[in-house]
Design a protein around this ligand. Structure first.
Ligand code: SF4
Ligand code: SF4
Length: 250
């Protein structure tokens, strides 16, 4: 059976949905994500877009794409499962934080306050989705040899990439140099800094399979609302009662 082509690209539709959401009373927004596993081709573009957007150091990845084999031999196929922080509505990670550095905001996004976080990593252990990582201050340019001159060498590479500040949570986070978010717990935050200025999260805009749907779950005219009505819908580890705001389509 051939599928009718959608009249409008999903990104254009989500962009319109986002504009509508941002015009609302912010207290009425509930951000959410639906990932269509039938559309994900495992290209990892979302992972890389997220790393670049948030200037993540080596070993810190917010959006991993898990790979699994489904079916029974010989009828097996590979399936890709992108897994960001699923923004639990009942998050185990926030309950164990001894300094209240991590919390769920009024729009359903689970945040980390880097200025409060003491890096104890209790939340990493409590997260049943392994969605949190710790920033040990590694740099991609650490192994770049130092060379004389301004254009080459470690210093130039560092200035060209790692010295530029990241924009998470709407603040400037320049070269870590021992300061936040170095030593802190880190994870996906739905690109709050982009949402704030009317841009979709980096993983959404870079997804060439249009497998990632994002928006305000309470807007009945939105693409995400439509996706949430699908009979293919499920959530990861539903039995734990964590109630993720990230859903999947089988
Ligand atoms: S690592 Fe930071 S956010 Fe996590 S529990 Fe410890 S203080 Fe809280
Ligand atoms: S997926 Fe993990 S880090 Fe994200 S809200 Fe749930 S428990 Fe917290």
């Amino acid at each position: 059976m051939t599928r009718a082509l959608p009249l409008e690209d999903a990104l254009m539709r989500m962009q319109r949905d986002l504009r509508r959401a941002l015009a609302k009373d912010p207290r009425e927004i509930r951000w959410g994500m639906v990932i269509d596993l039938a559309r994900c081709i495992g290209c990892h573009a979302c992972t890389l877009a997220c790393v670049a957007e948030n200037k993540l150091p080596p070993g810190v990845v917010y959006r991993v794409v898990l790979e699994e084999e489904v079916g029974h031999y010989p009828m097996v196929r590979q399936r890709f499962v992108p897994r960001p922080c699923v923004h639990c509505q009942n998050p185990p990670c926030t309950k164990v934080c001894p300094v209240n550095a991590t919390y769920r905001d009024e729009q359903g996004v689970v945040r980390v306050n880097y200025l409060r976080c003491i890096g104890c990593r209790y939340c990493l252990v409590a997260c049943p989705y392994a969605a949190r990582t710790s920033d040990f201050g590694e740099r991609y340019t650490n192994d770049t040899p130092e060379m004389p001159g301004k254009l080459f060498g470690r210093r130039a590479a560092f200035a060209g990439y790692e010295e530029r500040p990241a924009a998470e949570y709407g603040r400037r986070w320049p070269d870590r140099n021992g300061g936040s978010p170095f030593g802190n717990a880190r994870k996906c935050h739905f690109c709050l800094h982009r949402l704030k200025v009317g841009m979709l999260p980096a993983c959404v805009t870079s997804c060439i399979g249009r497998a990632t749907i994002f928006g305000d779950r309470t807007d009945p005219d939105s693409l995400i609302f439509e996706a949430l009505g699908s009979p293919r819908l499920f959530r990861l580890k539903e039995e734990l009662g964590t109630q993720p705001a990230v859903y999947y389509l089988k």
